[in-house]
Write a protein that binds this ligand. Structure first.
Ligand SMILES: O=C(O)CCC(=O)C(=O)O
Ligand SMILES: [Fe+2]
Length: 329
């Protein structure tokens, strides 16, 4: 898989210092608690005060790659605590970067959280966890995390996914494949644009609230104004319910996504911004260490108000009883 040309945006030292200092200021009154109820209230003003340098670095994804890496945020490994063994054990670990991610996410759009995922936190910890090695969730390690749209089952899913790297000692790659790079016959695009199959909630979610109706069939591809977008999560799609013709087209899309996939190896301080409507992402397999030095990412999800990259029919989906909570409502 090529590690090629991932668009890189350098955060100049002044912008990086400004972000870090704004994050410190946000955290100061809370003594490191990463989810104080009032902290979010101060984020919009703090984000609005950030310089044009930060704002420019966070401009929308502007290539068919559907992603970019922001580089330049300092991470001092010595001042970080050991990598938590599970998201639920993270507490205020790396809280400074939670605040940095909230600030950046607020420049990008509106951060969202899920009541049923990682206790409703706006910034998730992605760490390998004992007993979860073989899952299709961010807690896995020994298996390929297959390419997926984040939270594909839900109409309120993020437009942008932000992954900030705190540790990655074994240079484990995140994978990304853009639908704007695939080559498909028009007949396949047409077939995959029909709502044929549902996408079920992934294993990272707690049991949902009750909801009415069965799983809604959704299209895999959609022709948005500025090009094709996708909603793709084969691990949670009951493909055996589709016609042979549909399955074959889905398989050709999967093959094309594999062909155009790039490996993005994040280094500490790198922040990967993925357009969740253009790009599916995953992770290569690795052996977890479980000694406090493991790979550690922080993740936030962002909605971009007014974006028109999805079929209007999505708005009537029930989302399987999971609620997406927007910050600053
Ligand atoms: O570990 C990674 O690089 C990506 C994991 C993932 O799919 C996610 O955090 O949404
Ligand atoms: Fe993911």
């Amino acid at each position: 898989m090529p590690t090629a040309a991932v668009p890189l945006r350098l955060l100049d030292p002044d912008s990086a210092a400004q972000l870090t200092s704004a994050a410190h200021t946000l955290l100061a009154p809370f003594d490191g608690d990463p989810t104080p109820p009032d902290q979010h209230a101060h984020v919009p003003a703090a984000a609005a005060a950030l310089s044009d340098g930060v704002r420019h670095a966070c401009r929308p994804v502007d290539t068919p790659d559907g992603l970019y890496v922001l580089r330049g945020l300092p991470v001092d490994d010595a001042s970080l605590c050991p990598t938590p063994g599970h998201w639920s054990a993270a507490g205020d670990a790396g809280a400074l970067y939670d605040a940095v991610l909230l600030l950046l996410s607020t420049v990008l759009g509106t951060p969202i959280a899920w009541a049923g995922q990682q206790n409703g936190r706006f910034v998730h910890n992605i760490v390998p966890s004992p007993g979860h090695e073989r899952e299709q969730t961010g807690a896995s390690s020994s298996v390929l995390l297959s390419p997926h749209t984040e939270d594909a089952f839900h109409p309120g899913r993020a437009h942008l996914l932000v992954l900030a790297c705190l540790r990655n000692p074994d240079a484990v790659a995140t994978t990304a494949a853009s639908v704007r790079r695939v080559r498909l016959a028009r007949s396949d695009v047409e077939l995959l644009s029909r709502p044929a199959l549902p996408i079920l909630p992934d294993d990272a979610y707690a049991e949902p609230e009750a909801y009415d109706g069965g799983p809604p069939p959704v299209p895999t591809l959609w022709a948005a104004e500025d090009g094709l977008t996708l909603r793709f999560d084969p691990a949670y799609t009951p493909l055996d319910q589709a016609s042979a013709e549909h399955r074959a087209a889905y398989g050709r899309l999967a093959d094309e996504l594999a062909r155009v996939s790039v490996a993005v190896t994040l280094a500490p301080g790198d922040i990967l911004v993925l357009d969740n409507d253009l790009v599916v992402h995953g992770r290569v397999p690795f052996t977890a260490r479980y000694d406090g030095t493991d790979r550690w990412l922080k993740r936030s999800s962002v909605r971009v108000p007014g974006r028109r990259t999805r079929p209007p029919a999505e708005r009537s989906e029930h989302g399987y009883g999971q609620a997406a909570l927007a910050a600053y409502r």
